[in-house]
Design a protein around this ligand. Sequence first.
Ligand code: ADP
Length: 467
Amino acid sequence: MALDIDSTLTSNPQFRKLRLRLLLSFLGVLVAILGAGMAAAYQAVVYGLNRQMDDHLLSLASSSAHTMDIVKHEYEELESNEHYRPYGKRNPDGALLPMTLAQLMEKYEGTVSSIFPDNFHYAPQGVEWYDETRRLLIREGSLFADWALPETIAPAGVTITQQGIRTFTLPTYILKQDGEPLMTGYIRVSHSSASLETELRYLGWGLGLGYVVALGLTAIGGTWLTAQSLKPIASSFEQLKQFTADAAHELRSPLTIIKASIALVQNHPERVHPTDAQKLATAASACDQMARLVEDLLLLARLDGKTATMAQEWRAVPIDEVLEDMMEMADIEASQRKINLKSHLLPEISVLGDAEQLKRLFTNLLGNALQYTPEGGTVTVAMKQLSEEIVVSVQDTGIGISPEHLPLIFDRFWRADQARTHREEGTGMGLAIARTIAQAHGGDITVISQLGKGSHFQVQLPATPSS
Ligand code: ADP
């Protein structure tokens, strides 16, 4: 008979963790690739725009450089006139002196328009002519840098960007008769970098928005892809779980028959040969252990992913009472094994859940603590209420667990070699069941342990709203 274990893998906490991890890794990789791609695209555009502006500044500076000789000549002529000083000063008649190249070069018709493109005056830019002593001669345009020329200027020119202005300063030369170049002055071209910055800001916003949209789409696609890729795993997990549940269920009846038969024979010791009595006892104990294992497997198969169905039957379970009952029962074993059993319980605290399962959870932890604590040791069960959870801790001064074993202890069937000497009949399922129960109740178990010093298990469970 097949057992309906009524479960879906999607509600299994471990499966959900695996799915989340896969999704996050997938998203992480895509976020990094997308981010790097967009950063590279942004940098390429920044480089391209800067390059475009630099080309423009260079071409303006080069064409302006051709006029350096005439500008200097005209300027010197003006300067030789005692009343006639350029730059904002007026001559004694009150006439405005030449401020711009166009005014200075009036007689050289067409020179200015041949240097500057038609749209030169529409753009926020300007050109300045300096002589070789760095004295400003004349300027043309609407935007000029208000800082001095850079101290060192390479023959190929220097670019400086500050205060929203990009400048390019180019030294000008003529060739002397002996073929040696002679520096005649400097041309400084300035252009507002504000429009470039605005363009880059828009680009940044555009890319940022694109990134967010791409991330959203990636998240949707990633979730779908992860679900698709996990489908085969989910289906084989379901099959495996169904098989475990069916096998465990089918093993129950033959085991009961074997147990009953052994008990029947043991009830008539006169019919048993004395040398076989011990063998019968061993068979009965092995049978008990197997029955426990079968029950554990069945419980685990039922617990896996059945949270939603189980939750409908949950009631408020008074945890302090569950622990008190358990302590009373453990008291006998503790005193037989000369272990000091202590408790610090809080009254009237309940957890929404299945009373039997919660009892099983704490019994497994306390059973382990007693089993793995040698004579004279102490086992303490304590409760603590935090704002949204209840923490039950089971602490012992026993053999402890080595750090490399800690990640394995909640695995099904895992037992430390050392544990076998303390508890022969263990199946390695106790902690797996305890954690599954805790997780099925929306909680978890954590452990801190030190080899030779003891272990401290903590069960976190969500507190019921009224508690
Ligand atoms: P079992 O006790 O049946 O072997 P469990 O699943 O309960 O199986 O525990 C798994 C293993 O974890 C044990 O075999 C033991 O090695 C280790 N362990 C569990 N609880 C303790 C404890 N309180 N102190 C030391 N070791 C422990």
